[in-house]
Design a protein around this ligand. Structure first.
Ligand code: N01
Length: 537
């Protein structure tokens, strides 16, 4: 039952990244009218904004590309194991060309508010420019890491030189040749950017508050053998069986608890995964994210690798994380990160020993004096998972604001739906595997689920669907219960909102893993959308 009124769309989608693009294609195929609203002047979401030197996806490119279209497989070739930001953006533009998506995307359009009207069962979506769209459904495809964290260091405005945020890098090449550069932050973005900036700059000072566990990428050129249809299909199948949504051949060690393995077997497995490169290091042992001893084994192994790569022992010790378990913060994946510190022109400042007092016109004043530089790079992260959702004034039944409902932390059913907010879907929202998985896998699953859900409702003439308060309550409890015993509750990470001052501390993603979560969502649908309230027209 697509909308009968000409001025009412079936669906407004907010965001034109991976999620928004596939939603548009899939829902349009289903005969629905869809308008995508995108704040940027181009498509790509995170890959539009994060153009800092060295930006790449640390999921294997052949697994990161969409899996839903043979036409895409036949017309696109990834060149490297880990694709650059530029290549991914080219890919997404190719996707848009292939399915003629741009005609239904309005760029340069930031959504300010979305309000549900119960009488008409319609969403009114307002843009910052004052344009209004009415739709039966609103789908937030706004990304999990898209709202930069507000700078929380005093004096930023006083800095005399250029300031670059990794999360909104200029659309031109920045040449650091001959410059003295300061980088604040040592998360994934900084770990990728630092080796390239270090290679160019006259001098680089890295300001590190918390060292991260960093594992190697072992990036390489792909060959034809890496890209055959058979390989692609095999990797995609394997990804669906893996909790992280990543292709992985599980060894005996991966399925065993570390304490049941000999030290030699543990070491051999860690070496194997280290040599393989990438995020699957976290799968080394079945209890790696639960058992402290298992975590310590992995930590000791990686610490040894850091000591071997960094020439100056004092610098190496500063780069080795302490005080939180392996995996509690998102692993970083590197190419030449530690080697950057072997350059005479690179210094590492440990902010735990000498905290920042203020940014000054010429650098940073620390507790023990001032460090000067010409250019400042802020690699300080994002208001993750909820930031982009609460940035829009979303009001559900009774005009309740989503930001108010979530004042103590996000509450969803399946990470997809919120009680009191009918016909609103949150793509890869809090309470779904999202950032703990290959995002492409989770995005495709959510798009397919939402599309099937709308079809089901339309076939039965339903006017609305929303999570029941009881199902939401149960799901929130379940997400917390499975997260609580893991290492994730022990790090000051963005997973728990600890990086944003004042943000409620809640472990936001669902750690149940991709296969179990998919099965749960499929069961819910098969049982007539169990846990949802469906309202007939
Ligand atoms: O951000 P982060 P990111 N004073 O939050 C520091 C994904 N991603 O942009 O840890 C001093 O990880 C902060 O220190 P601390 C990926 O999921 C993917 O790097 O809060 N320092 C930390 O070191 C990733 O996890 C890819 O003590 C301050 C850094 O800034 C996520 O995005 C590439 C500070 C922020 O690190 C976010 O990564 C890039 C302050 N006031 C990102 N405030 C790929 O797929 C913050 N920091 C490759």
């Amino acid at each position: 039952m697509p909308a009968a009124e000409p001025d009412v769309l079936d669906v407004v989608v907010v965001g034109a990244g991976f999620s928004g693009l596939y939603l548009l294609h899939r829902l349009r195929e289903q005969g629905l009218t869809v308008q995508v609203l995108e704040s940027a002047e181009g498509l790509g979401g995170t890959w539009y904004w994060n153009r800092y030197p060295g930006a790449r996806c640390d999921v294997d490119a052949v697994e990161y590309g969409f899996s839903f279209s043979k036409e895409l497989d036949d017309t696109w070739e990834w060149d490297e194991r880990f694709a650059t930001q530029g290549r991914i953006l080219e890919y997404l533009n190719h996707v848009a060309d292939t399915f003629d998506l741009r005609r239904d995307i309005r760029f340069g359009t930031r959504v300010a508010a979305a309000t549900w009207d119960d009488d008409s069962a319609r969403w009114t979506v307002r843009t910052e420019a004052g344009d209004v769209y009415r739709a039966r459904y609103t789908i937030m495809a706004t990304g999990c890491l898209s709202v930069p964290k507000q700078p929380d260091i005093p004096g930023l405005d006083s800095f005399a030189g250029p300031v670059y945020f990794t999360s909104s890098w200029p659309h031109r090449e920045i040449d650091f040749t001959g410059r003295r550069v300061g980088v604040i932050g040592t998360g994934s973005s900084a770990v990728q950017a630092i080796p390239l900036i270090a290679a160019q700059a006259a001098h680089l000072t890295v300001f590190q508050r918390t060292p991260n566990w960093v594992v190697p990428a072992h990036n390489r050129e792909l060959t034809d053998a890496d890209r055959t249809a058979e390989v692609l299909a095999g990797r995609r199948r394997s990804g669906l069986d893996c909790p992280l949504g990543l292709a992985h051949e599980f060894s005996e060690a991966n399925l065993a608890e570390a304490k049941n393995l000999s030290p030699e077997d543990r070491r051999a497995e860690l070496e194997r995964l280290w040599e393989r490169g990438g995020l699957t290091m976290i799968l080394a042992f079945a209890d790696l994210l639960i058992d402290q001893e298992a975590g310590r084994t992995a930590a000791a192994f990686v610490a040894e690798k850091i000591r071997a790569r960094v020439h100056d022992p004092a610098t190496a010790e500063k780069l080795i994380p302490s005080g939180y378990p392996f995996g509690a913060k998102r692993l970083c994946v590197d190419t030449n990160y530690f080697e950057a510190y072997n350059r005479d022109t690179v210094d590492l400042v440990d902010l735990r020993a000498t905290p920042i007092e203020t940014i000054t016109p010429h650098g940073l004043r620390l507790s023990d004096g001032e460090v000067e530089f010409d250019d400042l790079v802020m690699a300080t992260g994002f208001d993750a998972m909820t930031g982009a959702l609460t940035a829009v004034d979303i009001r559900g039944r009774g005009r309740v604001a989503l930001a108010d409902k979530w004042s103590d932390g996000p509450r969803t059913y399946l990470g997809l739906s919120v009680a009191g907010f009918p016909n609103l879907f949150t793509m890869t929202g809090p309470g779904s595997p999202s950032v703990l998985s290959n995002m492409r896998v989770s995005i495709e699953q959510h798009v397919d689920w939402i599309a099937a859900c709308i079809r089901y409702l339309d076939e039965r003439g339903m006017r609305s669907i929303e999570a029941s308060p009881a199902a939401e309550e149960d799901w929130v409890r379940h997400v917390a219960e499975v997260g609580e015993p893991t290492v994730f509750s022990q790090g000051n990470s963005w997973y728990v909102g600890a990086n944003v001052p004042g943000k409620p501390r809640v472990f936001m993603p669902y750690i149940g893993g991709v296969p179990l979560y998919r099965e749960t969502c499929a069961d819910v649908a098969a049982q007539g959308y169990r846990g949802f309230q469906l309202t007939p027209a």
